[in-house]
Structure formats: C-alpha cells, structure tokens
Design a protein around this ligand. Structure first.
Ligand code: OAD
Length: 229
C-alpha cells in the first residue's frame, strides 16, 4: 500500500465546533497563551491552567468527528495512512483512524508532574488540584506547553519522510517545531495543502493548494485519491 501522511491542525476540527487558535475568533484571541499554556503559568496559577483545559475537555467530549476526520479514516482501505496531528482532541481516533501521532499531547490524558512516563486516561471532563499519580505527584494535562520540548517530533519526521502523498490540513504553520515538519517530506512526494486561508509563504514544491474548508475539500480529495489508486 502507498504511504499517505495527513498533517493536521486545529482547522480540521473547526467544523466540529472546536475553536482554532489564531483565527479572529480563535482561542488565543480570548486567552493569553502565557496565562494558560506555559510552565510558568502552571507554577503561578495551577487552578487557572486546570480550568482552561477542563473547559477544552468538556468541549471535546461534546464534539463529534466531522466529514474530514471520517474521510481520512476511510482512506485506510486503500492507503497506508498515518495521521500526525497538532491537535489535542481525539476526533481522529473517534472517526476510526488507527495510526495517530499527537505532537502536542492529548487532552483526554493526564501526566504526572514529577514522573513524566506516568500517563493516565482521564475519566470524565475534570482534572483538578489534588488528583495525584500513583507515586503521589500532582497530575497535569498531558499537553505540550509553549517553551517545552516536543518529544514526538523525531518520530513524526521519520514518518513524514516516508510518505508518497502528504496532506496538510487546517494549520497556519506558525508554530515551531511542528510547522517545520513539512520540510521533512520527500521533495518529489505529492503534497496537498487544504485550508480556507492557507499560509501564502508555503513553498514546498509539488504542492497543490486547495483554499477551502476541510469538511468539503478533504472528502472530495479522498474520493479522488481512492478512485485514482
Ligand atoms: P491556528 O489557529 O494557528 O490555525 C488554524 C488554521 O485553520 C488557519 O490556517 C485557518 O485558516 C484554518 N481553518 C479554519 N477553519 C478551517 C476549516 N473549516 N477547514 C480547514 N481549515 C480551517 O491553529 P494551528 O495551526 O493548529 O499548540 O496551531 C498550531 C498550534 O498552535 C496548536 O497545536 C497549539 C497552538 O498554540 C499548542 O498549544 C502547543
């Protein structure tokens, strides 16, 4: 089977009702990233950080995968598909995708603050002060904050470097190192970039830019790729 990698950002979940970050009504318009998504914020005001992610988690639980997530899952019948997502939601998994790598962590999991290898699923929507790992340390959301390492980066680079086809969906490509991932794709791989407001500076070669919403454009492209394959 031909290897296809989809690199997704918050735009793919927009039509499921989850806000993006940098659009005019995005999360970083509403919140100061330094107040809620940095190690400093955690040390300063743990309660506020936990509440921010509890609110995100409630929204994720109430959201459903949309046509774009579902189409990517369907592609697995014809292609060896790997999803690399910057999203912390679990909508790719709930749509049925079997290989999903989360670069920025997973909102439905908690991580020990002292023993980083201890990661647990969160039952329900709330993670609060006093929730401890098995060794007695406070649990934090299992997400990557600004200023932290992105531990899955190397693995993601290896995966995208093997792809014959790359789909880049719903991301402004503003946040590094994640945005730099596309540079690891083979120069002659076929690339599609689907975003209603694509980053005009993208210059990858062999790239077809589709300026449209994921919910419409991804199922159409998937249909075409399945017919051609
Ligand atoms: P951004 O908010 O930076 O970009 C969202 C992109 O989605 C924009 O390019 C929009 O044009 C596009 N978009 C909006 N609606 C769409 C739709 N219906 N279909 C397809 N695309 C649509 O979000 P990301 O690029 O995901 O990191 O941001 C990357 C990282 O920045 C996030 O993972 C998060 C954030 O800060 C951390 O929290 C570490």
């Amino acid at each position: 089977m031909r290897k296809l990698v989809a690199f997704t950002g918050s735009g793919i979940s927009a039509e499921s009702g989850l806000k993006t970050f940098r659009d005019s009504d995005g999360l970083w318009e509403q919140y100061n990233v330094y107040d809620v998504a940095t190690p400093e914020a955690w040390h300063r005001n743990r309660k506020m950080v936990l509440e921010f992610y509890n609110a995100r988690r409630r929204q994720v639980i109430n959201a459903s995968p949309n046509a774009a997530h579902v189409a990517l899952a369907k592609l697995e019948s014809k292609f060896d598909v790997e999803i690399i997502t910057q999203n912390i939601d679990d909508l790719h998994e709930r749509a049925g995708s079997s290989k999903v790598l989360h670069l920025h962590g997973e909102i439905m999991k908690a991580q020990s603050t002292l023993h980083q290898h201890l990661v647990y699923p969160i039952e329900g929507s709330e993670l609060n002060e006093g929730a401890l790992c098995e060794r007695g340390s406070q649990l934090r959301p299992f997400v990557v904050w600004f200023g932290e390492e992105v531990p899955m980066m190397r693995k993601a680079e290896e995966i995208i470097a093997q792809a014959e086809i790359v789909m880049i969906i719903g991301t402004s490509l503003q946040v590094y190192p994640a945005a730099g991932l596309v540079r690891y794709a083979m120069p002659d791989s076929k690339k599609y970039y689907i975003d209603p407001n694509p980053d005009s500076n993208i210059f990858l070669g062999n790239t077809e830019v589709i300026s449209a919403k994921a919910g419409i454009a991804v199922p159409e492209l998937v249909e075409k790729l399945m017919e051609d394959n």
